[in-house]
Ligand binder design. Structure first.
Ligand code: PLP
Length: 419
C-alpha cells in the first residue's frame, strides 16, 4: 500500500489516523508519510522514497537513526529480559551517570515520557510548598497533562482558561499564564498571590512554538522571584536537556532550577522521562516522602541501557560537531531560500535547534510570529518534502540537527536543494 492508502486505512482504526496529533500533516496539502526505516540522517517511507530527516523523532535521535552502539546496547539488554518491575542495575547506572555529571542535581527519578515528568514535577512542587497555583508561559509546551493545557484568559494578568475540552475550570484556575520575557507581569502575579504560587514552569529555551530564545536577565529574574516568594523554579528541559550541552540550559546559563524535567534525548529514542533536583526536594517523593508517584514500566532496562550509551557518547567534542553540522545545514537552507522566493524567511539557530520562519523580527514571545506563517510554511514544507528533505510537519515545530547530519549528508542536502 502507498502512503495515501495506509493513511486512509489508519483513519478507520485510529482517531485522525495518528497516535499524536502533529503527525497528521493537518493543514498541509499532502498525506503523512509512513516511515518504514531510518538509518543515520535518513528515513525511508513505505513507497521507498528517502528523506534527509530534520524531525529526528522530535529530538531524541541526537546520534541519528540506528546508531550502532545504542543498537548493540539495546540488543544486549534484551537478551536478559525486558522488564522486571523490580530493582535492577540498568537504571542505577543511568542515574549515577547523570547525577555525577550535572552539578545542581543530587537525585533523579525515571518515568516514561516528558508529559509524565512534568505531571510529577507539578505534584512535587505542590507537595513541597503546600501551595496550589503554578505559573506557565504563553507559548511554552509542557506535555498534555491537564494543568498545562491552559491558555491566557481575557481578564487580569495571569488569568487563564483551558485550551482543551475535558480540562475542568477548577484545574484552569490553578494555572496562571504570563508572557515570555515580561518579568513585570510575573512580579504582578506574585504580588497578587504571594503565598499561593507553588512553582514557575518554563522551557528555559522555548522550542515548541518556534524558537523563542529568552534573555539571561529574564531567566535570572524568575530565579530571584521564586527565591523571594518561596516558590520552586522548574526548568522543563525535555527538549534542551542533553542538547544544549550535557546539562542543558541550566548549566549553560548557570541558573539552577529547584526541579528539572527531562525526556526525549535521555532515553536515546526509547520512552524515558525524568525529574531531578536536590535530595531535599526529591525525597518528598514516595516511598519516603508524602508525594505519591509510581510506574509499572518506569526505569525499563532496555530503555535505560539505550539512554546510558546515548548519553555517554555525548562528549564535549560531540557537542562542537553537533553545532557545526547544524550551522552548515542551516546555511545551505538559507542560501537556497534567499534565491528561490523565500527571502522573507530568517533561520534562527540555537545550538543544534533551528527554526525557519517567514519574517525578520527578533522572536522572544509568541506574538512575534507572523500572521501568515502557516501559508508560507505549507509551501516551504511541500517543496522540501518533494526534494527529499523532511521537516517536522507543522509551522510551529523547530528543526533538529544531529551528529548524523555530517559533511556527507550536507553534500547530499546541497545536491537535493539545487536539483
Ligand atoms: C516534548 C515535550 C514534552 C512532552 O514530552 P512527551 O514525551 O511528548 O510526553 C514536555 N515538555 C517539553 C518542553 C517538550 O518539548
Amino acid at each position: 500500500m502507498n502512503n495515501k492508502e495506509l493513511f486512509e486505512k489508519s483513519l478507520k482504526y485510529v482517531p485522525g489516523g495518528v497516535h499524536s496529533p502533529v503527525r497528521s500533516f493537518k493543514g498541509l496539502h499532502t498525506t503523512p508519510r509512513f516511515v518504514n526505516r531510518g538509518k543515520g540522517a535518513f528515513i525511508w517511507d513505505e513507497e521507498g522514497k528517502d528523506y534527509i530527516d530534520f524531525c529526528m523523532s522530535f529530538g531524541p535521535l541526537i546520534h541519528g537513526h540506528q546508531d550502532p552502539e545504542i543498537k548493540e546496547a539495546i540488543i544486549k539488554a534484551l537478551d536478559n529480559g525486558w522488564t522486571f518491575g523490580a530493582c535492577e542495575k540498568y537504571s542505577l547506572e543511568l542515574a549515577e551517570y547523570i547525577v555525577n555529571k550535572i552539578s545542581f542535581i543530587e537525585q533523579i527519578r525515571f518515568v516514561n515520557s516528558g508529559t509524565e515528568a512534568v505531571m510529577t514535577a507539578i505534584r512535587l512542587a505542590r507537595g513541597v510548598t503546600g501551595r496550589s497555583k503554578i505559573i506557565k508561559f504563553n507559548g511554552c509546551y509542557h506535555g498534555h497533562t491537564d494543568s498545562m493545557l491552559i491558555k491566557a484568559g481575557s481578564g487580569l494578568a495571569g488569568e487563564a482558561e483551558a485550551s482543551s475540552k475535558g480540562v475542568t475550570k477548577h484545574q484552569a484556575e490553578d494555572t496562571l499564564i504570563c508572557e515570555l520575557g515580561d518579568l513585570n507581569e510575573v512580579k504582578e502575579v506574585f504580588e497578587r498571590f504571594p503565598t499561593n504560587i507553588a512553582a514557575i514552569f518554563i522551557e528555559p529555551l522555548p522550542a515548541n512554538n518556534g524558537l523563542l530564545v529568552q534573555s539571561q536577565e529574564f531567566l535570572q529574574g524568575l530565579r530571584d522571584l521564586c527565591t523571594k516568594y518561596g516558590a520552586m523554579l522548574v526548568f522543563d528541559e525535555v527538549i534542551s536537556g542533553f542538547r544544549i550541552g550535557f546539562g542543558g540550559m541550566s548549566e549553560k546559563t548557570g541558573i539552577h532550577p529547584d526541579i528539572v524535567t527531562y525526556g526525549k534525548i535521555i532515553g536515546g529514542g526509547m520512552p524515558v522521562g525524568a525529574i531531578a533536583g536536590k535530595k531535599q526536594v526529591m525525597e518528598f517523593l514516595a516511598p519516603i516522602g508524602p508525594v505519591y508517584q509510581a510506574g509499572t514500566l518506569s526505569g525499563n532496562p532496555v530503555a535505560m541501557a539505550a539512554g546510558l550509551v546515548n548519553l555517554k557518547k555525548l562528549t564535549p567534542e560531540a557537542y562542537v560537531k553537533l553545532e557545526n553540522n547544524t550551522k552548515n545545514v542551516v546555511a545551505l537552507m538559507k542560501d537556497w531560500m534567499d534565491k528561490n522566493g523565500f527571502e522573507d524567511y530568517q533561520t534562527i539557530q540555537y545550538g543544534s535547534l533551528f527554526y525557519p520562519i517567514s519574517n525578520h523580527n527578533k522572536l522572544t514571545k509568541i506574538g512575534d510570529l507572523p500572521a501568515n506563517m502557516n501559508e508560507r510554511f505549507k509551501k516551504l514544507f511541500e517543496i522540501m518534502l518533494n526534494k527529499g528533505i523532511y521537516l517536522a510537519p507543522n509551522a510551529y515545530e523547530v528543526g533538529f540537527g544531529s551528529l548524523a547530519h555530517d559533511e556527507k549528508v550536507q553534500e547530499e542536502m546541497k545536491r537535493r536543494l539545487w536539483t
